[in-house]
Design a protein around this ligand. Structure first.
Ligand SMILES: [Zn+2]
Length: 138
């Protein structure tokens, strides 16, 4: 799948989150208070990430993710999921990714009529998000 014409943007200020080919977000470890920058692959299902050395994490820690432009917290209401907007071919989707370190699961949500698509090896183990508050409306 080509990544051309794919954009990931903040759900608030709509700033482009892709810097040098990586989705770039501020992060705050809710467990130990450390902060830093997280860079993730724009390819859904690729869970390679890099973080700045100031951020300390271990398996099972939960991260708060923040837009680097406007500072909006991108976690969903129950904090388990980070939520960003994917734009492709004039369509918009929400991409939900687990904010738990080591939990590799991502959902792609379109309009209410479409079934969410799930990605990642841990999808079966993790409680599904509450779709009703998250689907793209209209
Ligand atoms: Zn923003």
């Amino acid at each position: 799948m080509t990544q051309k014409n794919v954009q990931y943007v903040c759900t608030g200020c709509k700033s482009n989150l892709v810097v040098d080919g990586k989705i770039t977000m501020g992060v705050h470890n809710a467990m130990n208070g450390t902060r830093g920058i997280l860079r993730a692959s724009p390819i859904i299902g690729d869970y390679s990430i890099s973080t700045s050395p100031t951020l300390k994490t271990k398996l099972g820690d939960r991260l708060n993710v923040l837009c680097p432009c406007c500072g909006l917290m991108l976690n969903s209401d129950d904090s388990h999921w980070g939520k960003i907007l994917l734009r492709r071919a004039q369509k918009e989707y929400y991409v939900l990714f687990s904010t738990i370190i080591g939990e590799n699961v991502t959902y792609k949500l379109g309009h209410k009529s479409q079934r969410p698509q799930v990605f990642g090896p841990d999808a079966e183990k993790v409680k599904k998000p509450n779709w009703s508050t998250m689907l793209v409306s209209s």
